[in-house]
Design a protein around this ligand. Structure first.
Ligand code: GUN
Length: 288
């Protein structure tokens, strides 16, 4: 058996097209242009690439973006002051602080300063709490994108056994909440988990988000399972060139899974499309 390949790029393009159309409608109906402010501190090359992709795609959808690049030495207070100034602006509907912030900056304090209604990433404690209570919340972009990809192949998840590997605030924990809301039986595995292969073998849905290249072996996967690979790891391919691989060993997993996301072209494009969706939704929530 060879798995169905879940095409995140094509799914993200369809979502992007719907967002673009809605943004154009809002301009005509309400003279409203959704605005996204992006804050990047320091020169981390990966963060620079991510932020560049986010702002480019926002622009392509007709969303106005406001870039704030701060030097590595920026203080917690400077960031809080910037966030507060963005909270007060009527033309900014979504605010994103690219993580990780440099050592020495209190990222919790910076995220807490974001107006929860402008929290494009869904990282504010109010949105985290609302999600865990099952109340309407802004949901972090990567798990939101993963859920949409899972739905493509499992429209009704009720009763499925789901394994989330990784317990980060950005992916693992909110992913587990979303799967729970969809009536899955959810297990969260992490670096201290014992017998990961056995847990994988029992799971109908497996979401890998640990940031370790090809750590999940194909032989562990339950035949027919849906595998969502959040990992984006750059490795040396042996000939001096680098390439991107996921957290799952794709070549062996594709032979056992029922459906699988590739890397690149799986979860990555969905994350950005969901960021634009969160920004659009924040703009649409304002009272006209
Ligand atoms: N760093 C890694 N992933 C993310 C994300 O989804 N949002 C933000 N703000 N920073 C990140």
């Amino acid at each position: 058996m060879t798995a169905t390949i879940i095409d995140g790029r094509a799914t993200a393009q369809r979502l992007h097209a719907r967002i673009t159309a809605r943004v154009a409608e809002l301009a005509v109906s309400h003279s409203l242009v959704p605005g996204l402010a992006v804050i990047l501190v320091g020169e981390d090359p990966a963060s620079q690439v991510y932020v560049g992709n986010k702002t480019r795609q926002a622009q392509a959808a007709g969303i106005r973006h406001f870039d704030h690049r701060l030097p590595i030495g920026a203080t917690t207070q400077e960031l809080i002051d910037l966030v507060k100034a963005l909270n007060a602006r009527e033309d900014v509907h979504g605010i994103l602080v690219q993580l990780p912030l440099p050592p020495g900056v209190d990222d919790s304090a910076v995220l807490a300063a974001i107006d929860p209604s402008k929290d494009a990433d869904g990282f504010h404690a109010i949105n985290v709490g609302r999600l865990s209570l099952g109340e309407p919340a802004t949901v972090p972009c990567t798990p939101l994108g993963c859920l949409s990809l899972i739905r493509q192949v499992i429209p009704v998840m009720s009763g499925k056994r789901a394994l989330v590997i990784g317990r980060s605030n950005i992916v693992g924990k909110p992913m587990a909440q979303l799967l729970l809301q969809n009536d899955c039986t959810v297990t969260i595995a992490h670096s201290r988990t014992r017998d990961l292969p056995q847990l994988c073998a029992e799971s109908d849905i497996l979401v890998a988000a640990i940031g370790r290249p090809r750590a999940i072996a194909g032989a562990w996967i339950r035949p027919g399972a849906v595998v969502i690979d959040v990992g984006i790891n750059r490795i040396d391919d042996g000939s001096g060139k680098s390439r991107l691989v996921g957290d799952v060993d794709y070549d062996s997993a594709v032979l056992r899974a029922g459906a699988i996301t590739p890397v690149p072209g799986g979860v990555g494009p969905m994350t950005i499309a969901c960021l634009l969706l969160n920004t659009l939704n924040a703009a649409q929530r304002i009272r006209f």
